[in-house]
Design a binder for this molecule. Structure first.
Ligand code: NAD
Length: 499
């Protein structure tokens, strides 16, 4: 593993464009297709985690700004072109939005990488994923069909699917643009209006998305962005009685609080929360595929993935070989400037997150786990953390129980199937799980026995917009993506007509 010496963000053509955008940027929300400062005038700094320098200031929203956004979103829902647009009209606008995102993908990816430290190769791929998701939900727009029921001759009974209303999306910082689109894509396709609140660490790409939404032709009030902190802007959205549906993606702790407050006025709530996902390697696994997937599974995006395969269960008979091969692969990673296409691991998003991960490494050492790779601090600038592998981990150690959200892997060995299933399920989380085996019967048995929203067999962390995504147990409530997700943004109305 090498740490690239230069962390200065050199400016190429796309970079120059982004730098101009940042220089012109003033702290603003986007409400009703207008860019406006906070009512209070408050703002905060968005920081580049690679250089620790300030990129730009963002508006710090509170109740007054949220209220203005809800008023605009409500008005657009009830009057104006969006209220009367048919599904094909909405689909056309969303397809244009997807095209505009593709046209500006390099710039958006560059901005996202600058603000959250994700390697540019990943953020570029994320823009394709984002556009695909938007196209998928645009295509779903005409499918919000009701049903005709069998009824006696004197009656006609049927259902309609109507928009839920004003939908709020509160998202984290790990992949802001693709997290944003999974919220607003289906909502807009179904005829709702939206207020998006990005994480305080990454406010900038959401504002750029808002500009692109206007370019794509979304009418005023249909798509609004409020930037700011969770406790002010986020909490105001959660409490606002004018918000009909809330989609929250974030940590378990915040999710619990959000669920309590949002359900007080019976908003529809979807929660996508954390994970401590097991990735299970049986002795007959194809190691040439399992090793890179295991490394990627905990270290991609510096481990800042809700589905990170952070608990690696390896059959005792191959444990040493597997760890050696993981070490070999980690030694080939390049930590450094995430704008450099050669970089495979950038910094964590913030000093706070870096210190949190460093604390967990100390906890692991104190608990008696054995460091097999990494574990040393990296001096700044930049919030870099070495990928770190622990073995001799017991299932009850904190590093095996709590979500770290950094590149830290706990290796736990096992000898039989029942034992590994029991340990894998011994978690409050249930987001993802991986199984590596050539034995098809065993694969099917584990698919059924593992408590997870998604199980990958001989794969890890592969996502598809057509597949429902979400968590069992405390990893969340509800499923995102897939056609059922689109239907979640509709209310079913039953109609009975006496003939
Ligand atoms: P976080 O919970 O601190 O913040 C997430 C969002 O919630 C941010 O926009 C934040 O401003 C807002 N927020 C914070 N407090 C709030 C409050 N009281 N009321 C309303 N909003 C509030 O999470 P984070 O640390 O930014 O993100 C990492 C977490 O997100 C991890 O736990 C990760 O697993 C999870 N995550 C889950 C998924 C998924 O789909 N399951 C995807 C990505 C990330």
């Amino acid at each position: 593993m090498s740490l690239a010496s230069s962390v200065s963000n050199e400016v190429d053509k796309t970079g120059a464009k982004v730098q101009r955008w940042l220089a012109d940027h003033t702290p603003r929300h986007m409400i009703n297709n207008e860019f406006v400062p906070s009512r209070s005038g408050a703002a905060f700094d968005a920081v580049d985690p690679t250089t620790e320098s300030v990129l730009a200031a963002a508006a710090s929203g509170d109740e007054a700004d949220v209220d203005a956004a809800v008023t605009a979103a409500r008005a657009a829902l009830e009057n104006g072109p969006w209220a009367t647009a048919g599904p094909h009209d909405r689909a056309r606008v969303l397809r244009r939005f997807a095209e505009v995102i593709v046209d500006n993908a390099d710039e958006l990816a560059h901005l996202e990488t600058l603000n959250n430290g994700t390697p540019i190769g990943i953020t570029r791929g994320g823009m394709t994923l984002t556009a695909d998701r938007l196209q998928y939900f645009a295509g779903a727009a005409p499918y919000a069909a009701g049903q005709t029921m069998p009824s006696p001759s004197g009656r006609f009974t049927y259902t309609l699917r109507e928009p839920v209303g004003v939908c709020a999306g509160i998202i984290p910082w790990n992949s802001p643009v693709s997290n944003a689109v999974k919220t607003f894509g289906p909502a807009l396709a179904a005829g709702n209006t939206v207020i998006l609140k990005p994480a305080e660490q990454t406010p900038l790409s959401a504002i750029r998305l808002a500009e692109l939404a206007i370019d794509a032709g979304l009418p005023p009030g249909v798509f609004n962005v409020i930037t700011g902190f969770g406790k002010s802007a986020g909490a105001a959205l959660v409490r606002h009685p004018g918000v009909n549906k809330l989609n929250f993606t974030g940590s378990l702790e915040t999710g619990r609080q959000v669920a309590r407050e949002a359900t007080a006025n019976l908003k529809r709530v979807t929660l996508e929360l954390g994970g401590k996902s097991p990735n299970i390697i049986f002795a007959d696994a194809d190691l040439s595929k399992a090793v890179p997937a295991a490394v990627n599974g905990f270290s991609k995006n510096a481990g800042q993935m809700c589905t990170a395969g952070s608990r690696l269960f390896v059959h005792e008979s191959i444990r040493e070989e597997f760890i050696d091969r993981i070490k070999e692969q980690l030694a080939g990673l390049t930590l450094g400037n995430p704008l450099d296409p050669q970089t495979t691991m950038g910094p964590l998003v913030s000093r706070q997150q870096m210190e949190r991960v460093e604390r967990y490494v100390e906890v692991g050492k104190a608990e008696g786990a054995n460091i097999r790779f990494g574990g040393s601090p990296i001096s700044g600038p930049g919030y870099f953390v070495e990928p770190t592998v622990f073995d001799q981990v017991n299932s009850d150690m904190r590093i095996a129980v709590e979500e770290i959200f950094g590149p830290v892997l706990s290796v736990i060995s096992f000898t039989d199937e029942d034992e590994v299933v029991r340990q894998a399920n011994e978690s409050v989380f249930g987001l993802g799980a991986g199984v590596w085996t050539q034995d098809i019967s065993r694969a099917h048995r584990l698919v059924r026995r593992l408590q997870a929203g998604t199980v990958w067999v001989n794969a890890y962390n592969a996502l598809d917009v057509t597949m429902p995504f979400g968590g069992q147990k405390q990893s969340g409530i509800g499923r995102e993506l897939g056609l059922d997700w689109y239907r979640e943004f509709t209310e079913e109305k039953a109609v009975l007509i006496n003939l």
